[in-house]
Design a binder for this molecule. Sequence first.
Ligand SMILES: [Zn+2]
Length: 242
Amino acid sequence: MASLLHTRIVPKARVAHARVAVLPWHLVPRPLLPQVPPDADASHRVCATCARAVLPGRDARCRECGGSLEDAPHVSRGPPPPPPPRRLTRAQRAAVLRPKWASQYWMGTFFLALGTLVLPVALAFLRPLLLMAGIFLVVGVRLRRSGWPSVLRRAQRRRLHVLRWGLGAPAELTQVERHSLPGLEAGRVARLDYVFLVHGQPVPGSVPSSRLADARRPPGEPVWAVYLAESPDVSALWPPES
Ligand SMILES: [Zn+2]
């Protein structure tokens, strides 16, 4: 995939012009030049001054803030996603499919089970128990629904689908947002925004993460994304958290 982006032959006179390709996404004017340089995998460094992953300029200085990159650690894109269909581990699936409010969801499941157990007893022997069984069932269903809303469940299923079947594309983290109330909503502590190219057009994406390490990743870091060929707005980062 990455190699496709670099196969264009640039005449010598235009080499200086082609350097524009290593500028950050938001600085590149349209029409877009290939923004993933051939040496992207090894040459990004994490700038200590502005905490971004950048490509060093000519004098080993950060392109964003001008800080020195001499002792800055390297950061690489890592191995590309294997061809689809990919097998996800149990842990990887569980990290994607998780209720918004886990305790509420499991409490709802408990009430639903209780109602299901009481209902036949009430019908067969003790009619007064019918009301109780009904309350248990209603409370159970409501708690389960609010604990794991169907919109969220659908989004999580889509993410699983794209992780299994999506096409791989080199991407770049654009923003790393740390959540102020860690662990509350679906266990997420960070949100990673990224962008990748499809037919030369930048497509943004965003995934939640429950890994604390993800909250410390530098914007600008080269990463891999997977996306659905038929609707590139459905995408995820590769590898998934596990
Ligand atoms: Zn910098």
